[in-house]
Design a protein around this ligand. Structure first.
Ligand code: ZN
Length: 152
């Protein structure tokens, strides 16, 4: 096993043991539920949006260690992003996990690279993408609503 694989594993274990952003928000502006039936992972995602920017995010729900770590990493990285920036990040992450793109996350996004270790276990990819797909759906709904409002 390579040193890099060990490091990735450590990040996943640490985040699943101490999930960041595992909370219910006081006044969420949006909430969404999703499940990964293959594994039984649940994701309840709450957002507080202001001016098209993610002010706060919380994810609760039970799941395996990969789904918990992935949700934790998500909440750490999307605060302060606009809807289209968040969607771009989801696309990048799914490109790494599903299409095997050798995308390099650096600086404050560096920990996201740890999720690339999941590629070795194809059945677990849906665990790793659950929270991200849920966020993507939320961003799409918010953008669709904003567009509808702008055209009325
Ligand atoms: Zn799972």
């Amino acid at each position: 096993m390579s040193l890099q694989t060990d490091l990735y594993k450590e990040v996943i274990i640490e985040h699943s043991a101490n999930p960041r952003g595992k909370k219910r928000l006081n006044q969420p502006t949006h909430a969404l539920d999703a499940r990964n039936p293959l594994c039984g992972d649940e994701c309840h995602l709450e957002l507080r949006m202001d001016g098209g920017v993610i002010q706060d995010i919380g994810i609760t729900g039970e799941g395996c260690s990969i789904s918990k770590a992935s949700a934790s990493l998500l909440t750490e990285t999307v605060r302060g992003l606009k809807t289209d920036e968040a969607r771009a990040l989801v696309t990048r992450l799914k490109g790494m996990l599903i299409d095997g793109n050798e995308t390099a996350f650096d600086d404050e996004l560096e920990d996201l690279q740890a999720l690339s270790g999941v590629r070795q276990y194809p059945v677990r990819i849906k665990c790793a993408t659950l929270a991200w797909n849920t966020l993507e759906q939320a961003m799409q709904e918010i953008q669709a609503r904003t567009e509808a409002e702008n055209h009325s």
